[in-house]
Design a protein around this ligand. Structure first.
Ligand code: ATR
Length: 278
């Protein structure tokens, strides 16, 4: 049996083991995926254990995505740009770090909505780790233009600078939150990366309903709940919507492909996750 797994703290509620084990079963390959609760302070030992135990690789989640980078042999360029690793591959004892979150998001968004990114004027809401991951990937996929807004405007400015350094040709701007109405009027894609609206605060939305309009595709990274207040408001205004579950599934699919070298059975993975959430 070839072992893979998840390093996080906590990991008890993660749907990754179920999703990956379903995918392995679907292809009939002898892999298993286990959840490992790694205490902060034990990250180096945990990474060493990948080598010692011969794990094929692991996913890394909160709070270890940044810390883990110190103990790897190599970090791929995109993960370095994002500043975090969510996937480790054990290549014969050499540990390589990748980040599949951003690309997983873009694959979900484009495959599930059919949107042509090169024609989109996007407003990115938030400037934390999730915003950086999807920002790097959206620009890498040829996004038309990007405006960033955030409660703490300095963080938006910092993120814009970092993204501009990675993509010198990209059209990137920053707007204060108070200008969200104007920014949204000019946007065709809204990407919501803050925690506002997440369970249990399901009646909270970061955007006034009046600012939404029918030319928008509204994408919320949250998937618990699936239909956030923002997405319910957007639908009511005639906008198209996209929720965060696909990002979770496709980041896993890309990790799966690194470990197994085979195409991930995305439909089976989605079904496993849907069944668990129902
Ligand atoms: P993640 O990795 O999920 O992005 P993070 O790095 O902590 O988490 O970033 C959280 C994001 O949600 C930030 O953009 C944060 O805004 P600030 O930079 O101003 O802190 C945003 N956020 C969280 N709670 C918020 C709230 N109540 N109102 C506005 N923005 C909020």
């Amino acid at each position: 049996t070839i072992l893979t797994g998840l390093f996080g703290h906590p990991v008890g509620h993660s749907l990754s083991p179920l999703m990956h084990n379903r995918a392995f079963a679907e292809l009939g390959i002898n892999f298993r995926y286990a959840a490992f609760d790694i205490e902060p302070g034990q990250v180096r030992e945990a990474v060493d254990a990948i080598r010692a135990l011969g794990l094929r690789g692991v996913n890394v989640t909160i709070p270890h995505k940044v810390t883990v980078m110190d103990y790897l042999d190599e970090i791929d360029a995109e993960a370095r740009a994002i500043g975090a690793v969510n996937t480790i591959v054990n290549d014969g004892g050499k540990l390589i770090g990748y980040n599949t979150d951003g690309r997983g998001y873009v694959r979900s968004l484009t495959e599930e909505t059919g949107v042509d990114l090169s024609r989109q004027s996007a407003l990115l809401l938030g400037a934390g780790g999730a915003a950086r991951g999807v920002g790097v990937a959206l620009l890498g996929a040829g996004l038309g233009s990007l405006v960033i807004t955030n409660r703490t405007i300095e963080k938006a400015e910092q993120l814009a600078e970092q993204l501009q350094a990675i993509h010198p040709q990209a059209n990137i701007a920053v707007q204060p939150m108070e200008m969200m109405g104007d920014a949204l009027a000019a946007a065709t894609l809204l990407v919501q990366t803050t925690s506002i609206g997440m369970h249990p605060n399901v009646e909270a939305s970061p955007v006034a309903v009046e600012a939404l309009h029918e030319r928008l595709l509204v994408s919320d990274l949250i998937y618990n709940p699936m239909n956030t207040k923002l997405l319910r408001d957007a639908k009511e205004k005639g906008a198209r919507i996209h929720h965060g579950l696909g990002m979770f599934i496709y980041q896993g699919a890309l990790s799966f492909e690194y470990w197994t070298g085979q195409s991930a059975p995305v439909d089976a993975m989605r079904e496993a996750v849907w069944d668990a959430l129902r």
